[in-house]
Structure formats: structure tokens, C-alpha cells
Design a protein around this ligand. Structure first.
Ligand SMILES: Cc1cc2nc3c(=O)[nH]c(=O)nc-3n(C[C@H](O)[C@H](O)[C@H](O)COP(=O)(O)OP(=O)(O)OC[C@H]3O[C@@H](n4cnc5c(N)ncnc54)[C@H](O)[C@@H]3O)c2cc1C
Length: 430
């Protein structure tokens, strides 16, 4: 009986498993779908991401836009089917671009942002914004939403399990023909999907498959419980805020900004020296907390320098990533949060609930690899800052590709992924 094995239990692997299992009619009878994960389901960025969904075309390069359209449709349908608002905090949101301090043009250093559509510092709003600075509406498409990615992944995992997908938690060791030897025994496949996020290239090496061109980009995040909110607010609203903080990079700018906003956060000389996070994104969540992401640096190592024997690089597995959190970078993010809103100032009643780190899977052109890599081996990885947004659409087309006889000329997919071939970098030396 045909076996489909998906290696990697992040959001991309889960969504592919879901769309395979939810459409059994598209598969030969008695097809088995197995999810092979080496740590725990969604232990990487898929459970630690902000959970922002940018469904409108303006957020994406052209080759990603149809996938974003399909993903948005899937999210809306899944929310109805799986009670998204209650099970994983799915809700539509507005998106604001914010500039705190002078001269910072870019509001995001790693994400394409739509051009703002309303004048900065609008007049006539019903209540004062919960942040300081000049702001602009970044999304008029109405196709922006957010969810709790950890809850989404656990909901989807429960659903795929109910639909008959088998999950194996084991470390793959090597490949023998169409059998993967793992620490828990052999796993045979007819079709194999590489969906191991930033670990996808290493997984290929392990399985003696040509490495897929996927790298990794770390990103820190913090979760804050706000202190006192401005008048008129019971909680921080469903408004994602992409902020550029400060100006020339001189630490005096931040102090000037904060003071100009009517409040000083009393930075010490040492703190001024350390600076702050210049581009930072805020995502208020339905539970009242605010998730902030920024600092996409390779972190300093703690302790005596190596994790899993590697220096300053992606750890061998997702198990130890949290040990790499760089407290200096966390302090920088806290300082920027305070500059953006007094309600997010830990010296003014806000509480730091969590500080964490995870790795994005990235490619040289910032778009994912989706397709057949070699005969019966597929890849779906490299979604960069858009892995949550694009996962359901990727799962749909991946399931279609796996279920289809690709030697036929009339292969029809639900989204145009012609610009996302995993072979597009072959000519270029990476
Ligand atoms: C701070 C931050 C915030 C983000 N916010 C957003 C956001 O708001 N919206 C958005 O769209 N995107 C966001 N992203 C990006 C998004 O999180 C990622 O693109 C996405 O989670 C990638 O999913 P994945 O399934 O490809 O990889 P991962 O989540 O990394 O999953 C890969 C899985 O494979 C497993 N694995 C690895 N090696 C092996 C092996 N050898 N054998 C078996 N299993 C293996 C891992 O343990 C892991 O569970 C954010 C990223 C970061 C870093």
C-alpha cells in the first residue's frame, strides 16, 4: 500500500498532512500518511511565530501572491470548520505602520510592507492610539488576520491524527533505498516530503539527497503583559503594528523620542550605549498580551560556547534553541517597546511574560521552494517571514503535487506556483 512520509512536523508539514488526509479520494486507496518529527510537533518557529497572516497581494512578491490568496481562503475555511476564533484565537486585524522618532524610513528590515494608504498622524480618530508616533494604515485589503500559531498547530495535529495520519517522533539516521532508518525503527515510503524548515538542507545530507538551498535566519521575540492602557482601552486592540523606532542610530534619538512623547524612561548611560531595536513588530493577542518580534541577529552563545557541537549556528535540532536567547537583545527590544507605548514599558507596570528565539527557513530570493526535488522526493520549505501565512496554501498544492502523476502534461494546481520551483537556483551558485 502506498506510503507518503512527511519529514518535519512544523506548520508546513502539518498543513500538507491535513490536505492529504482530508482528501482521500485524490489518493490511491489505502494510502498511509506518516509525519516523522525528530523533537516534538511544531517545536520550531511554527509554534513561536507571531501568527500574523498577510493575505493581501501587497505583502508579497509576485511569485507568492497566488499562494497567499489560496492560503487566505484556506484560513477562512479552517476557521469555520475548526472553530478558529475559540480554538486558536483566529481574528481579523488592522495593520499600522508606525514611526517613532525622526528619519527612520524603513518600518521593517526583513519584510516587504505595502505602501501606507492614509496620511501619517491622522486626525479625527475616536480615541488616542495606544502607541506614540506617526502612523499609517498599511492594509486596506481587509485580508489581514492573526492566530496563535502554537494553538493552530496543535489543533491541526489533533485533526490529522483523527483523519488517520500517523505521527512518529524519532531521529532519522540514514536512508536505505526507499526506507528511512530512524531511532524508532524503519519507515518506508513511496513518496517523501522534506518539510524540515531551516533544517531541510541538513536533513537532505542525512538522507543522502542533494541539499535543498534553504538556510536559516534567527529572530527573537518577547511577549509582554501591558501595564496601564490609555483611556478608552480595556485591552490592546486587534491591530498589528510594524514600527521603526529612533532615527540616525544615535542612542540620544531614542531618549529624545521618549521625552518628546511626554515621558522619560530614564535610560542609564550603559543602556544608551547598548541601543534599541530599530525595527520591531507588535501583535496584540486575544489573551491581552502583546507579542513583539525583532532582532534578527545570530545570537551570542551562552555558557561555554557550543550547542550540539556547533558554534553560533542553527542548533542540530529544535530542542535547545531557547538556550540561545540573547538577553542583551531582549533588553534592546524592551527599550523599543517602552518607546512605542508606556503601556509596554516594564518600568511602568508592563510584565515580561516570555523572551524566546526561533529560526526562519530562508532562501536566497526570500520565497519558498515547492515542488519535486528528485524523483519521488518533494520539498516544501524556505517560507522565510511568511511561513504561517503561506502554510495552508502550500499544504494544498503540495498535497496535489504528491497525489498527482507528474509525468502528465495537464497537472492543474489550486495556485500558480510556477515561480517557486525548487530548481530555480540551480543555475546560480549559492
Ligand atoms: C520571530 C518570528 C516570528 C514570525 N512571525 C511570523 C508571522 O507572524 N507570520 C508568518 O507568516 N510567519 C512568521 N514567521 C515565519 C514562520 O514562523 C516560519 O516561516 C514557519 O514557521 C516555518 O514553518 P516550517 O514548518 O517550514 O518550519 P519549522 O517550524 O521550523 O518546522 C520544521 C520541523 O521539522 C523538524 N525537523 C527538523 N529536522 C528534522 C529531522 N532531521 N527529522 C525530523 N524532523 C525534523 C523540526 O523539529 C520542526 O518541528 C516568524 C518567524 C520568526 C522567527
Amino acid at each position: 500500500m502506498p506510503d507518503i512520509v512527511i519529514v518535519g512536523g512544523g506548520i508546513v508539514g502539518l498543513c500538507t498532512a491535513y490536505y492529504l488526509a482530508a482528501n482521500p479520494a485524490a489518493l490511491p486507496s489505502n494510502t498511509h500518511v506518516t509525519l516523522l518529527e525528530n523533537v516534538s510537533v511544531a517545536c520550531g518557529a511554527s509554534s513561536r511565530a507571531a501568527g500574523f497572516i498577510g493575505g493581501g497581494p501587497a505583502w508579497h512578491k509576485e511569485a507568492n501572491q497566488d499562494l497567499a490568496r489560496l492560503s487566505w481562503e484556506c484560513f477562512e475555511q479552517l476557521a469555520r470548520q475548526l472553530d478558529g476564533p475559540n480554538t486558536y484565537g483566529y481574528r481579523h486585524c488592522s495593520v499600522t505602520g508606525l514611526r517613532v522618532g525622526a528619519g527612520q524610513d524603513a518600518m521593517s528590515s526583513y519584510r516587504q510592507l505595502p505602501t501606507g494608504t492614509l496620511p501619517l498622524a491622522q486626525k479625527g480618530e475616536a480615541r488616542q492610539p495606544w502607541y506614540r508616533g506617526d502612523h499609517v494604515n498599511l492594509d486596506t485589503s481587509g485580508l489581514a488576520a492573526q492566530l496563535d500559531p502554537a494553538q493552530f498547530c496543535s489543533t491541526l495535529h489533533a485533526e490529522v491524527t483523527r483523519l488517520g495520519v500517523r505521527t512518529i517522533i524519532a531521529q532519522p539516521l540514514r536512508r536505505r533505498g526507499k526506507v528511512i532508518e530512524t531511532t524508532e525503527g524503519d519507515v518506508a515510503y513511496d513518496k517523501l516530503l522534506i518539510a524540515a524548515g531551516p533544517w531541510s538542507a541538513d536533513l537532505c545530507t542525512l538522507l543522502n539527497i542533494p541539499r535543498v538551498p534553504v538556510g536559516s535566519l534567527p529572530g527573537h521575540h518577547i511577549v509582554l503583559k501591558p501595564g496601564t492602557l490609555p483611556a478608552g482601552y480595556d485591552s490592546v486592540p486587534a491591530e498589528a503594528v510594524m514600527a521603526g523606532v529612533g532615527g540616525s542610530g544615535s542612542s540620544d534619538d531614542l531618549a529624545a523620542t521618549v521625552t518628546a512623547g511626554g515621558q522619560s524612561n530614564d535610560l542609564s548611560a550603559a543602556e544608551r550605549q547598548q541601543g534599541w531595536t530599530q525595527t520591531i513588530e507588535f501583535f496584540p493577542r486575544p489573551d491581552g498580551t502583546v507579542y513583539a518580534a525583532g532582532e534578527n541577529n545570530v545570537p551570542n552563545l551562552i555558557g561555554d560556547a557550543t550547542i550540539d557541537g556547533r558554534e553560533n549556528r542553527l542548533p542540530l535540532t529544535g530542542r535547545y534553541v531557547h538556550r540561545l536567547v540573547d538577553q542583551d537583545l531582549v533588553q534592546r527590544m524592551l527599550r523599543s517597546s517602552a518607546a512605542v507605548s508606556p503601556a509596554l514599558d516594564v518600568n511602568n507596570g508592563a510584565e515580561l511574560v516570555k523572551a524566546d528565539l526561533c529560526y526562519r527557513p530562508v532562501t536566497a530570493d526570500t520565497m519558498p521552494l515547492i515542488g519535486e526535488w528528485q524523483r519521488d522526493v518533494f520539498v516544501c520549505a524556505g517560507h522565510g517571514p511568511w511561513g504561517i501565512t503561506l502554510a495552508p496554501g502550500s499544504g494544498v498544492v503540495m498535497a496535489e503535487l504528491i497525489a498527482t502523476d507528474l509525468t502528465r502534461d495537464d497537472v492543474k494546481l489550486s495556485a500558480d506556483i510556477s515561480g517557486l520551483s525548487p530548481h530555480r537556483f540551480r543555475a546560480a551558485k549559492l
